[in-house]
Design a protein around this ligand. Structure first.
Ligand code: TYD
Length: 204
């Protein structure tokens, strides 16, 4: 495929949104036609699924339902947005992707890693990012940044849960070292941005 597929990952409050917006502006200046998108969501079907997934009232959702709903949103997203974007030669920048399902649903919820992987291979037709940027922030620090706003279903999980997510991402970065780049998300915003650009420049 002609384009480039970049994903951002990390715990709650790691600063993905800020960094994705900065990268989008940088790509625009370089005339690289960024396509910014997010998961769960990114399509009308995905947005409906997202509202189910993040609804704090749905406390009884079992991990398997949760994993399948994330994968359902992803299947639609890959088909309608990500693949067409890549085929058109665009730089697709996605806020979370398969690695979030591995960190949250496999490592933190305890679902079997290979099963979550297979379901996602099915959902995506095996499409993986060219580059995954992990913004590394301790779970406590990230959660601290969410204080004062209304928390969604996942954010309301315990610190212990979010520590497992954090450890999961570390493990994924080792497992998939060929596409992962880790950047310390506690550094000043422009320093993090400079490192993001350096990583993106290498694959452009
Ligand atoms: P979102 O509001 O996008 O959170 P953030 O700004 O932290 O990325 O909500 C997404 C939530 O869903 C977040 O808590 C992570 C979780 N998630 C999963 O558990 N599995 C997944 O596959 C994805 C994409 C997200």
């Amino acid at each position: 495929m002609a384009g480039l597929f970049i994903t951002f990952e990390g715990v709650e409050g790691c600063g993905k949104t800020t960094q994705i917006n900065l990268l989008e502006n940088w790509l625009l200046k370089r005339r690289r036609s960024p396509l910014k998108t997010l998961e769960p969501g990114g399509t009308p079907v995905g947005e409906r699924v997202r509202s189910v997934l993040l609804d704090p009232e749905l406390k009884g959702m079992v991990p398997i339902s949760e994993a399948l709903l994330y994968a359902a949103s992803r299947a639609q997203h890959v088909n309608d947005v990500i693949r067409p974007g890549l085929e058109a030669g665009r730089v697709v920048v996605c806020d979370r992707y398969v690695d979030s399902s591995l960190a949250y649903q496999a490592y933190a919820r305890g679902l079997d890693f290979q099963t979550v992987m297979s379901v996602n291979q099915w959902a995506t037709g095996g499409l993986l990012p060219d580059l995954t940027i992990l913004l590394r922030v301790p779970a406590e620090t990230g959660l601290g940044r969410t204080v004062g706003r209304e928390l969604d279903r996942l954010e309301q999980e315990s610190l212990q849960f979010h520590k497992m997510v954090e450890a999961g991402f570390e493990d994924l970065a080792v497992r998939f070292a060929e596409r992962f780049v880790i950047i310390d998300g506690r550094d000043p915003v422009d320093e993090v941005h400079r490192r993001v650009i350096a990583a993106v420049d290498r694959v452009l």
